[in-house]
Design a protein around this ligand. Sequence first.
Ligand code: SF4
Length: 217
Amino acid sequence: MRGLAARDVLAEAVERFHPRLVMACSFQKEESVLLDLLLDVEPAARVFTIDTGVLFGETVETWRAFEERWGVKVEVVDAAADPPWTGGAHCCSNGAKAAALETALQGVDAWITGLRREQAPTRATVEAFERDEARGIWKVNPLADWTEQDVWRHIAERGLPYHPLHDRGYASIGCATCTLPGAGREGRWAGEDKTECGLHAPPNAGATAAASTPGEA
Ligand code: SF4
């Protein structure tokens, strides 16, 4: 049922916005599910990732596995040229990743994310369709009401590739410089007071839960 509902959300997003629609991909378990559903709805859907240059080797392996499984070419926004990750810094601090997101979202009407409400208090109010007022576009979160168990069930049932670090205690995976093993988001931004990389913070900045779907707006 979860898969059908999420697929319906994606089908509506594709109908309304493709090809001015992009999916953000960080190669975590949620993206295994999203790619499986989205590319079934629209094989030519656009997918992008932000390459900080300090990704885990396992993230790059998963990237290749995703491209092989689905025959998709993931578009790359390069955030590695800026040097926030050099000099021993754990977390970046100059907003390079957030700036890269703005580059990725230029010219689109909507973007798809793997946000789930149970991931963090900052995500507790996420809705399937949200108006991203700051950018004047839509934000689509098909897995908003999925539990972690839902995600793993879909991956198992479909035999999907997934990030191998999940099996080594990393529930949430960011850059190698600032991600440790941990449940939930415990391993993220180790030793820092950050709660987001800047892509969705402050909580859904500029985005408000939609009272209606885009088609009814
Ligand atoms: S995980 Fe986020 S905060 Fe940490 S270095 Fe990467 S982009 Fe920066």
